[in-house]
Design a protein around this ligand. Structure first.
Ligand SMILES: NC(=O)c1ccc[n+]([C@@H]2O[C@H](COP(=O)([O-])OP(=O)(O)OC[C@H]3O[C@@H](n4cnc5c(N)ncnc54)[C@H](OP(=O)(O)O)[C@@H]3O)[C@@H](O)[C@H]2O)c1
Length: 395
């Protein structure tokens, strides 16, 4: 046993227990935060938990910040907070949110227990150094082997280790989430008559998708979807419409019509109330597009980007990914038909899949059943969303 017990009268067993509980809670948010790691944190006072926090969604507050703000809202005075337990080394650089190490220092807590160091070689150990230099005691705890979740990164954040792999750092590209709705027979196009409208999934799932749209940097689709569905690809309530994602169409021949709903203005009252917003439209196309079509799309505000062909003569999805990365896009939502989703999968460009199976009989067109059976489904969850069934996993 080490000085930790004497200094804080906290048993290592107790810390192990707290870290395991935090890990289980943090893991439950994995699909909302990826490619960020699952992280849980707790503020302690004399060995008792004052408040806990986890990282709940991409772009949202980190676990330490949530735990500290919940502690501030508790009855326990700040002066008696003595320890912060966190499953992963606090971040020391500014990303979507300010560095957590600053929030920890500002809290005045004098002891930080860390479950795992940051795996990113550019940041690893930096927060530990900053905290120690400021006089904060830092304890690194090793997960004990056991049947339940430990808090080690391979246990709860394998996706984050992949995101930080040398291959990924050498050739960076956004984290791609493919999402689709399918009928009971696995088809993405509903039968001609499906209740009142053309939706396969129900209102709870549609609301979830709006939340997801508000938490990505780009929504990607193919010309087939624009042609058949004429979608807006906007973010609507309950999604966060404050910073709407880019809307990207893969359209080799610029067939997208300038009067598509993608270019229609958002209803002014919905926009003013923050209930709907839409990002800029980017159209990926072949080099040397038809000048007249290009002009009419530029006039309605589209940005046209020529991509080189891949070995099959299709728009290179790797080139698209590199362009998006350079544009600052880190997390995308692929809301396309079966053709583009299959292409993304064939090029090993999918990181996460979410499938809504609606209670709709029959259907038209291709199914992605083969793709689903070929994917190695990691950290999979099967859950319900209203009357729909949702399957979600990492690749
Ligand atoms: N259930 C759902 O969740 C859902 C979601 C979206 C759409 N849909 C349905 O899907 C149907 C459309 O299916 P779809 O498969 O035609 O649509 P899609 O996958 O959205 O679009 C396919 C088109 O994208 C273009 N494209 C450009 N580069 C590509 C590349 N590298 N790889 C693959 N495609 C590329 C191709 O057209 P060009 O050669 O002309 O460029 C291709 O035909 C619609 O009826 C729609 O209702 C369903």
């Amino acid at each position: 046993m080490n000085h930790l017990i004497q200094a804080h009268e906290l048993q290592e067993e107790a810390l192990d227990h707290i870290l395991r509980d935090l890990a289980v809670e943090a893991f439950s948010a994995r699909f909302e935060i990826a490619p960020n790691p699952c992280v849980g944190a707790a503020v302690l006072s004399r060995g008792r938990i004052v408040a806990k926090g986890i990282h709940r969604f991409w772009g949202g507050p980190h676990a330490e910040v949530e735990a500290l703000s919940r502690a501030a809202a508790s009855m326990t005075p700040k002066e008696s907070w003595d320890t912060l337990v966190v499953t992963l080394e606090p971040c020391s650089s500014t990303g979507k949110t300010p560095p957590c190490v600053e929030a920890v220092l500002a809290s005045g807590i004098k002891h930080v227990v860390i479950g795992a160091l940051d795996p990113d070689p550019r940041h690893r150990g930096q927060a530990v150094e900053i905290l120690r230099a400021a006089g904060v005691e830092v304890t690194l705890l090793e997960p004990k082997l056991g049947p339940d979740y430990a808090w080690g990164l391979p246990d709860i954040s394998q996706h984050f280790l992949n995101w930080n792999s040398s291959e990924r750092l050498r050739r960076p590209r956004p984290w791609n989430i493919a999402k689709w709705a399918q009928t009971r027979t696995g088809q993405l196009i509903p039968p001609q008559k499906v209740g009142e409208g053309r939706w396969i999934s129900g209102p709870t799932s549609l609301a979830e998708v709006q939340l997801l749209r508000g938490r990505v940097d780009a929504i990607l689709t193919g010309y087939g979807t624009v042609r058949d569905d004429d979608p807006r690809l906007s973010v609507r309530a309950p999604g966060d419409a404050s910073s709407p994602p880019l809307r990207v169409v893969f359209d080799s021949y610029l067939h997208t019509p300038p009067d598509a709903r993608l270019f229609a203005p958002i209803d002014s009252s919905a926009a003013a109330a923050g209930l709907e917003a839409a990002g800029p439209v980017v159209i990926f196309t072949r080099p040397g597009p038809d000048a007249k079509r290009a002009r009419s799309l530029l006039e309605v505000g589209a940005e046209i980007v020529a991509l080189p062909p891949d070995d099959n003569g299709q728009l290179s999805l790797w080139a698209a990914s590199a362009w998006l990365w350079n544009r600052g896009v880190r997390r995308t939502l692929l809301e396309a038909g079966p053709t583009l989703i299959q292409s993304y999968s064939d090029h090993d460009l999918l990181d996460q899949v979410r499938v809504y199976s609606g209670d709709v009989a029959g259907g038209r067109g291709a199914s992605l059943g083969r793709l689903l059976s070929e994917h190695r489904q990691n950290a999979r969850v099967d859950r319900e969303s209203g009357s729909d069934v949702v399957l979600e996993y990492f690749l």
